[in-house]
Design a protein around this ligand. Sequence first.
Ligand code: PBG
Length: 322
Amino acid sequence: MKFPKIRMRRLRENAGIRKMVGETAISPADFVMPLFVVEGIPVKEEIPSMPGQFRYPLAEMGKMAKELFALGIPAVILFGVPEHKDETATSAYGKDGIVQRALTEIKTACPEIVAITDVCLCEYTSHGHCGVIVDGDVANDETLENLAKQTVSLAKAGVDVMAPSGMMDGMVGAIREALDEHDFDHVPIMSYSVKFFSSFYGPFREAAESAPAFGDRRSYQMDPANAREAMREAELDVQEGADILMVKPALAYLDVISNLRAEFDHPIAAYNVSGEMAMVEAAAQNGWIDRKRVILETLTSIKRAGADVILTYWATEAAEWL
Ligand code: PBG
């Protein structure tokens, strides 16, 4: 007998066979593009730690939405940076809030695109924490009341999907209830169910001006060491009515994505966050890696781990390549 009998390389012989047996394919339809909309800036500003990404003025929102949709990207997620920040995040609730106005621009210019909004207070509070501070820490239940107010205001402005990211206990339930009470029972919730206390958010906080002014987010975001706790977080969000479960960050937590995929039949989303993107961009700028291939490999790995929805700053470019 000639050895070896089974030769795995047969199925790698040429591009046609490789394509035929490929298990995972990414497409623009998998992507959600994050957009920063900044109140009071006249023109877009490049974000130094996120090469190729911008802070946009309100006036560019409609154009961006149309361009993304034309590339086959079904959705955007909006992050607002208001001019006025205070202790209780007042500018998160008004109908003239920056994200509320961006929603109007986007839905007017491109009604078909899915407009998702981050539901969290950190971009609107003067202290940069994701909720209301009582006795030096974020008070959970008081924060839920504010999230409910933010929810109703965003829903009235025409949001398609709510994405709570503050890691408050009961946030999905509070948002579901607020939506249902105000006749928005058709609006789904994509919960940042499993959001870790991660140092990969650094560049985002620069872009969104949302770094905490004191302390850190350890008392609400999850310990990176915990995978079983992630299942409890996801289970609770399911009970509270989450429609889509998100894991964030993506790359350092591919095991968690895959665990959620195995346990739940809900769509799973994963957020390839700013620091993960910045590392690739920095290495590429140094000529140390092949940027395009690393990006496509990264996005494929997130899908292979089990994500149906990938939030990525590379959405536009990857869509152009695919
Ligand atoms: C909170 C929020 C953050 C990100 C998305 N939503 C920052 C944080 O929790 O500090 C980070 C996204 C990224 O790093 O790309 N509103």
